[in-house]
Design a protein around this ligand. Structure first.
Ligand SMILES: [Zn+2]
Length: 231
């Protein structure tokens, strides 16, 4: 293989080499995927730009990782090309700012008022929020919500194709404060997710609050998920 060594994944993993990479300790992950096809599309986009990458997976020869996989297929590149690869895979877009994210959720909450609004948030490998998915509340209720399951799946697939994952959820309280209800707490199953509540008690002055919910305990956080950043 010309041009230097081939990166080798850790023991027990299999890899398909799509280019010549440097030593394995200089490889970095630029995307995580449920489906090999998504990783191959991403690798092809990098190849089009002249960047070498490698798909690393621990499911080789086994069953499809399926719906509830923990993102076992990774796309890795040389550390020296990480920033360039990330730019290509993200379409050159910067993550949206907190103001844009908040505006999208408030707009959706106003649109569905007086029914509760709901949606999901996609996060990238740095935990930055990349997308707000404004989804349908199939309960059509002012007091509860259920995300349309088909839309939930489509949001997951969209996030996945971009190398992101679903890392949070939001919903609105048309007539109560921006704090999770006991039902919200009971339904918050992922300790790593960001949970956002948009209160429209005053339609002209929406209140947006961010939380983590772990073991039934609610902690206000900022938009980046850090404690004590309530806004
Ligand atoms: Zn609620």
């Amino acid at each position: 293989m010309p041009g230097g060594g081939i990166g080798r994944p850790e023991d027990g993993e299999c890899a398909r080499v799509t280019g010549t990479l440097g030593p394995v300790d200089e490889l970095v992950t630029v995307g995580r995927y449920l489906y090999r096809g998504d990783a191959e599309v991403a690798a092809a986009r990098l190849a089009d730009a002249g960047l070498r990458s490698m798909i690393v997976a621990d499911d080789e020869g086994g069953l499809s990782p399926g719906f509830f996989s923990d993102h076992r297929i990774r796309l890795v590149v040389d550390a020296a090309t990480e920033a360039q690869a990330a730019t290509i895979l993200d379409g050159g877009r910067e993550p949206p700012g907190a103001d844009e994210i908040t505006a999208a959720m408030v707009a959706h909450a106003r649109f569905t008022h007086p029914e509760e609004a709901c949606g999901l948030l996609a996060t990238d490998s740095t935990r930055a929020i990349r997308m707000v998915y404004c989804l349908t509340n199939v309960d059509r209720s002012a007091h509860r919500f259920t995300v349309d399951p088909a839309e939930h799946f489509m949001a997951m697939r969209h996030a996945e194709r971009n190398g992101w994952e679903i890392g949070g959820a939001f919903h609105s309280h048309p007539s109560s404060s921006a704090y999770p209800s006991s039902t919200d707490v009971a339904r918050a199953l992922d300790p790593e997710w960001l949970y956002v509540v948009v209160s429209l008690v005053d339609l002209d002055a929406p209140v947006v609050a961010w939380f983590r919910i772990r073991d039934g305990r609610v902690t206000p956080v900022g938009t980046a998920g850090q404690p004590d950043g309530r806004q």
